[in-house]
Design a protein around this ligand. Structure first.
Ligand code: TXA
Ligand code: MG
Length: 414
C-alpha cells in the first residue's frame, strides 16, 4: 500500500534550534532561527499530528521512524514501513514531562511540585540527571479511563516505554507536534540501525513521505531501556548510557539492577527486548564476531600474538570458501596492526576492506552501525569479520548489537 510514496529529504540545521533550560520540564517551545529548518519541522509536525503517516528524524542515538503514539493507523504504518512484527512494543518520545502528563495521562492542571506524580520515585534520580538523553523508562500504562496511548504502541502490555531525547531536532519536532511520537529505529526490520539520513533512505525510500536530515546521530546505539517496576530493577537493553551510569546515578534502588541476558524467548512469549525473538541488526553479508579471550593468562598475550590468532581464524574461515571480498573491522587491540599489506601477504588472492571501528568505547559505539552498513551496502563484501571488545562500559551495548548481528553460530573466541 505504501510502497509507492515519493520520499522527500529535508535538511535542517540543529544549531539553529534553542530551548530554554527548563523546556524538558515545563514544555516551553524552542526558538528556531533558520527559516528553512522551521518550515521543515512544522511540515513534519503536521504529518505526525494530523495524518496517519510517518516521518523519519534524527535522535542522538539513531534515526527514528516516528508516528503518533495515540493513533492506531500511524503505528500500523510504522510497522508496515519497517516490515516489523507488531508484537514488539514501541518507545513513546515526549519533549517534556508537561507533555507526558497532558498527552498521555490526560491531566492538564499539574503544578511544579507534583510534576513528577505520574513517574514512580525509583526513576527520579535517573530522569533528573539523564533526561533529555538516551534513557528509556517503563511506566505503568495509565488506567483505562485516562489512557490515550494506542494499544499498538504498547503491544497490549501493562507498561509503556518513554523517553525525552536530547537531539534538538527530535525535541523540536515532538514539541511542535505536541504529540507523543512512537519511534523505533528507522531501518527495515533486521537491518543495522540507521545513523544518517542516507541509511534511512537506503532502507525506506518509497515507503515513507519524509525524512528530516539533521546530520549524523552521534551516540550511535539506541537508548538504554530500564525497568524500575520489577524487583530487582532490570536493565532490559544496554544503550547510550552505560550500566555503570545507571548504577552510579540511579541511587540505592539501582545498586542491585540486573542485566537482561536471555538470548531467546519462547515463540508465544512477550518480547521485552529486541532481537530475542527475531533476527536483528544484521547486514546481508555474513558477520563473524571474534571475541578476545578474557581468561587471565590470555590477557597477557602481546598484540602480535593476538594478531596471529585473529588471522588464523580468518584464514581457516575463508581459505576454502567462496568469499572473495572480505571486510575486517578491527577495534581496540588490532587497529594498529591489521593492514592491507599484512593481509595480502598472510592470505593472498582476496580483496580486503579494512575499516577500524575505533580504539575507545564511545568511538566504537558511534561507528558501529555505519561501518557495518558501509561494508555491506557500499563495498558489497561477502563477509565481515569484527573484533569484539570487553563487555564493560560502552562494551555492553556494542557487544549486545554485535552478537545479534553475527548470530550465535558465528561468534568465535580468539
Ligand atoms: O534510541 C532509541 O531508543 C531509538 C530512537 C529512535 O529513540 N528507538 C528504539 O526503539 O530503539 P525500538 O522500538 O527499536 O526499541 C524499543 C525497545 C525495545 O527493546 C522494546 O522491547 C522495549 O523498548 N520496550 C518498549 N516497550 C516496552 C515495554 N512495555 N516493556 C518492555 N520493553 C519495552
Ligand atoms: Mg531497532
Amino acid at each position: 500500500m505504501h510502497s509507492n510514496l515519493s520520499t522527500r529529504v529535508l535538511k535542517v540545521d540543529p544549531s539553529s534550534i534553542h530551548f530554554s533550560p527548563l523546556a524538558h520540564l515545563d514544555g516551553s517551545l524552542p526558538t528556531i532561527s533558520d527559516p528553512k529548518t522551521k518550515e521543515a519541522l512544522l511540515e513534519a509536525a503536521r504529518i505526525i499530528r494530523d495524518t496517519d503517516e510517518t516521518v523519519a528524524f534524527p535522535t542522538e542515538t539513531v534515526y527514528g521512524l516516528g508516528g503518533s503514539s495515540l493513533n492506531d493507523n500511524s503505528v500500523l504504518n510504522i510497522y508496515k514501513a519497517k516490515n516489523r512484527p507488531s508484537d514488539n512494543p514501541l518507545i513513546s518520545h515526549v519533549s517534556s514531562i508537561d507533555q507526558l502528563n497532558r498527552t498521555i495521562y490526560g491531566v492538564n492542571d499539574f503544578k511544579d511540585e507534583n510534576l513528577l506524580n505520574n513517574i514512580p520515585k525509583i526513576y527520579h534520580n535517573l530522569i533528573k540527571n539523564l533526561w533529555p538523553g538516551p534513557l528509556t523508562i517503563l511506566l505503568p500504562t495509565p488506567p483505562h479511563s485516562q489512557n490515550t496511548l494506542s494499544k499498538l504502541t504498547t503491544a497490549g502490555q501493562c507498561t509503556f516505554a518513554v523517553r525525552i531525547p536530547s537531539n534538538p531536532v527530535a525535541r523540536a519536532l515532538i514539541a511542535l507536534s505536541d504529540t507523543p511520537i512512537a519511534a523505533p529505529s528507522a531501518n527495515s526490520s533486521t537491518r543495522p540501525s540507521p545513523t544518517s539520513a542516507a541509511h534511512v533512505l537506503h532502507d525506506l525510500n518509497g515507503k515513507i513521505p519524509l525524512i528530516i536530515d539533521g546530520g549524523s546521530a552521534n551516540v550511535g546505539v539506541e537508548s538504554t531501556v530500564v525497568d524500575g517496576l520489577s524487583s530487582p530493577p532490570m536493565l532490559l537493553r544496554p544503550g547510550g548510557f552505560t550500566y555503570e551510569n545507571i548504577i552510579s546515578i540511579g541511587g540505592e534502588d539501582w545498586i542491585n539492577c540486573k542485566v537482561e541476558r536471555r538470548r531467546t524467548v519462547a515463540p508465544d512469549e512477550k518480547v521485552r527486548t529486541p532481537g530475542m525473538k527475531y533476527k536483528h541488526y544484521s547486514p546481508s553479508a555474513k558477520v563473524i564476531l571474534l571475541i578476545p579471550n578474557e581468561e587471565e593468562n590470555e590477557n597477557l598475550l602481546s598484540i602480535n600474538e593476538r594478531k596471529e590468532k585473529f588471522i588464523n581464524i580468518i584464514k581457516s574461515e575463508i581459505e576454502s570458501s567462496e568469499f572473495r571480498k572480505i571486510a575486517i573491522l578491527p577495534s581496540i587491540d588490532l587497529t594498529s596492526v591489521i593492514t592491507n599489506e599484512f593481509l595480502n601477504s598472510s592470505i593472498p588472492g582476496k580483496k580486503y576492506f579494512i575499516d577500524s571501528l575505533g580504539t575507545d568505547g564511545e568511538t566504537i559505539q558511534a561507528n558501529l552501525f555505519a561501518s557495518l552498513r558501509k561494508a555491506d551496502e557500499e563495498e558489497s563484501v561477502d563477509v565481515i569479520f569484527v573484533e569484539g571488545i570487553r563487555e564493560v562500559g560502552e562494551g555492553l551495548a556494542v557487544m549486545n548489537r554485535l552478537r545479534k548481528a553475527a548470530g550465535p553460530d558465528n561468534t568465535v573466541i580468539f
